[in-house]
Design a protein around this ligand. Structure first.
Ligand SMILES: *[C@@H]1O[C@H](CO)[C@@H](O)[C@H](O)[C@H]1NC(C)=O
Ligand SMILES: *[C@@H]1O[C@H](CO)[C@@H](O)[C@H](O)[C@H]1NC(C)=O
Ligand SMILES: *[C@@H]1O[C@H](CO)[C@@H](O)[C@H](O)[C@H]1NC(C)=O
Ligand SMILES: *[C@@H]1O[C@H](CO)[C@@H](O)[C@H](O)[C@H]1NC(C)=O
Length: 623
């Protein structure tokens, strides 16, 4: 198993996030200063132990985990285990598994989504770990458990000097990363070495052989360049993204940022076009290369909506789009190799759950129990394991609408398992505390989202009888009051309501998050579909979706919102003419006043929107 690091772990208890970030910022600046001063006073001696040959670094890392044979296909035992009673008893706890038990037929399809087998297999491992922990917790005294668990997900993690030697990870991130997290490394490239690497590695489930590399950042001085890539045991290395870039990536943006800093790109590409045989690094490109041998740098890696972004000494240098199944929430450690002397490392704004163990949970934050009769609206919020803060923000804001508190509207988070047991146990506790989480029997890969859509339809028709069913995300703000009054005038059957795209076509650009191969969708256009951050369907359509998938009349498609559009078109053709109602008050990207829904809101903005509604009774944006 992983080595436990002697890193310094702090947990602040300040009430506001802003204050914490501010303090961490100050702390980091002071830390960096101290380290740089100390570094300057030392004789710039660079230990050579990080200088491992790059090609062998993968081998070297993996030797920590003993390779055990791991099949890459789904076995019946996996499914049987996953859908057994899982040695968990007690009705209350099983509330989070209401849909789980009904998902089996949808996962066994021969035409399942490509990630299904892996998602289920990893969920089986994760569930075994979780059941072990739950049973252990039951046996232990609660005081002991809460103390132990409060350390599960640190707020931030730092390491410096003594902790940074050897081949161990420089930072362990037990609960992954979320959007808004950042990692800051201060280091000095070795004078003698030609390259160094920074790597974000994924979590190693028990039984897994080699941990995936979610980002490998290779800095090469022999011909100044930065090469970014990913690695998994199954697929090996992906397509590398090289800076300075060559042609094809030129106009590619990630979160509106270029893949490579233009300055670095321009100068070096001029140089390379002049003479391709320049083996030695010329002084010209060196001057514009963000790294300099023997000279300390501060590298900050932050996590956007679409990808990783690297800032060197305060300037944006590179971006890298997230790849499928290699999402930031999976990151569990930061490693460095090659010629780099690390001075300090800090990861901040890490995902932390509320302390459910020792706090008394406010009654108003718990999901009201449903009477069992028909409800007006079920809202399914798609969330991911370590998005603790986002879920709390929703509970404290729009989930406080009277309609939700009275049980007229039910809001449930749909969450797959995480590959990290610490996140899973925290989630389990959260589910018990608030009663608003539905677990999915697979690991939360982006490619499996449309299975969640099917699960939501099951929840709204088989478990809860909802007149309307809404799908939304955990970074969206929904004005339930406005939505309900708007729904009053809408038909109660054959309805798709939201921000609808009537004429869109598949993204055929490889590497895009929405890339669709011809085999997945042959036509050049999609049927009408409503944007994923928030759309509403009527009960009859949800029922049709569940039945259609059980009978395998409907095909799965990885983009969940488009998938719903495809299924609804089939409903339109075979059952009843569908009313497609487009409403521009569902805001997909930016925020405008008088919204019904806004997307891409951080927890802070979500709470701010709620406050504005409470104080000024107006739906105004916060930015
Ligand atoms: C490097 O590693 C070797 C053995 O692995 C050890 O003997 C040596 O002291 C280390 N050097 C430094 C500078 O850490
Ligand atoms: C699961 O538990 C319930 C009640 O605790 C029991 O009725 C049922 O038979 C169990 N199912 C399996 C597959 O063990
Ligand atoms: C660095 O670049 C040189 C020249 O392009 C190449 O031969 C070498 O393999 C690279 N090293 C690494 C670690 O990428
Ligand atoms: C729905 O069905 C009607 C005919 O019943 C058809 O005219 C219409 O084009 C269909 N809409 C879509 C999006 O397929």
């Amino acid at each position: 198993m992983m080595q436990v690091m002697s890193v310094v772990r702090f947990k602040f208890d300040f009430t506001t996030v802003r204050m914490r970030n501010w303090l961490v910022g100050i702390f980091m600046m002071v830390l960096t200063l101290i380290i740089l001063i100390r570094y300057d006073q030392s004789d710039h001696k660079i230990p050579t132990n990080h200088t491992t040959d790059d090609s062998s670094s993968i081998e070297g890392e993996s030797s920590v985990e003993e390779p055990t044979k791991k099949p890459h296909f789904m076995t019946l035992e996996d499914l049987d285990y996953l859908f057994s009673n899982m040695s968990i008893s007690g009705g209350e706890e099983l509330n989070g598994l209401l849909v789980w038990s009904r998902m089996r037929p949808f996962l066994e399809r021969p035409d399942a989504l490509p990630e299904t087998a892996q998602g289920i297999q990893e969920a089986t491992l994760a569930m075994k770990d979780l059941v072990f922990l739950i049973n252990k917790e039951k046996g232990a005294s609660s005081a002991l458990v809460s103390k132990e668990l409060s350390r599960n997900c640190p707020d931030f993690v730092t390491a410096f000097d003594g902790d940074l030697s050897g081949l161990r990870p420089v930072l362990e991130l037990p609960c992954g990363l979320v959007e808004d997290s950042s990692i800051t490394l201060v280091g000095v490239p070795d004078e003698q070495s030609a390259s160094f690497q920074i790597q974000l590695v994924g979590s190693g489930l028990s039984g897994e052989t080699r941990r995936p590399i979610i980002l490998r950042y290779n800095v090469n001085f022999s011909k100044p360049s930065i090469v970014q890539n990913t690695w998994t045991e199954k697929l090996g290395w992906g397509n590398e993204v090289r800076c300075p870039y060559h042609g094809s990536f030129k106009n590619h943006l990630v979160d509106e940022l270029p893949l490579c800093n233009k300055q670095t790109g321009r100068i070096t590409s001029e140089e390379s076009s002049n003479d391709k045989a320049t083996t030695d690094s010329s002084s010209l490109s060196n001057a514009n290369f963000p790294f300099l041998k023997g000279s300390p740098f501060t590298a900050t890696l932050w996590f956007g909506v679409e990808g990783f972004h690297m800032t060197i000494n305060g300037q944006h240098e590179t971006s890298f789009a997230y790849r499928e199944k290699l999402e930031p929430w999976l990151v569990s450690a930061v490693k460095v190799s090659g010629g780099l002397k690390m001075l300090s490392a800090l990861a901040t704004r890490l995902p932390i759950p509320d302390d459910h163990a020792s706090l008394v949970i406010e009654e108003k934050l718990k999901a009201p129990s449903l009477s069992g009769t028909r409800i007006e609206l079920l809202v399914g919020v798609f969330s991911t394991g370590n998005n603790f803060k986002r879920r709390m923000a929703l509970r404290r804001s729009w989930m406080q609408y009277e309609a939700v508190r009275s049980g007229k509207v039910a809001v449930r988070f749909l969450i797959g398992l995480h590959t990290n047991e610490k996140v899973n146990i925290e989630m389990w506790r959260e589910a018990k505390a608030y009663g608003d989480i539905q677990f999915m029997p697979f690991v939360d890969y982006y490619g499996l989202l449309s299975l969640k859509t099917v699960a939501l339809c099951i929840l709204g028709t088989k478990v809860i009888q909802a007149k309307y069913i809404m799908k939304t995300d955990d970074d969206a703000f929904v004005r339930i009051d406005e939505l309900l009054s708007s729904l009053k005038e809408k038909p109660s059957s054959a309805l798709l309501y939201g921000l609808i795209s009537f004429a869109s076509s598949p993204d055929r650009e490889q590497g895009s998050k929405w890339f669709i191969r011809k085999e997945e969708w042959l036509l050049d256009s999609y049927p009408p579909w409503a944007h994923g951050p928030g759309y509403i369907i009527s009960h009859d359509i949800a029922k049709f979706v569940v039945k259609g998938h059980r009978q395998r009349d409907l095909r799965l498609f990885k983009l969940e919102d488009v998938a719903m559009g495809i299924w609804i078109q089939q409903f339109n053709q075979t059952i009843k003419r569908v009313k497609y109602i487009n409403d521009k008050r569902f805001h997909n990207s930016d925020c405008k006043s008088n919204y019904i829904l806004v997307h891409y809101q951080t927890p802070r903005l979500i709470l701010c929107l709620w406050e504005k509604l409470q104080k000024e009774s107006q739906s105004i944006c916060c930015e």
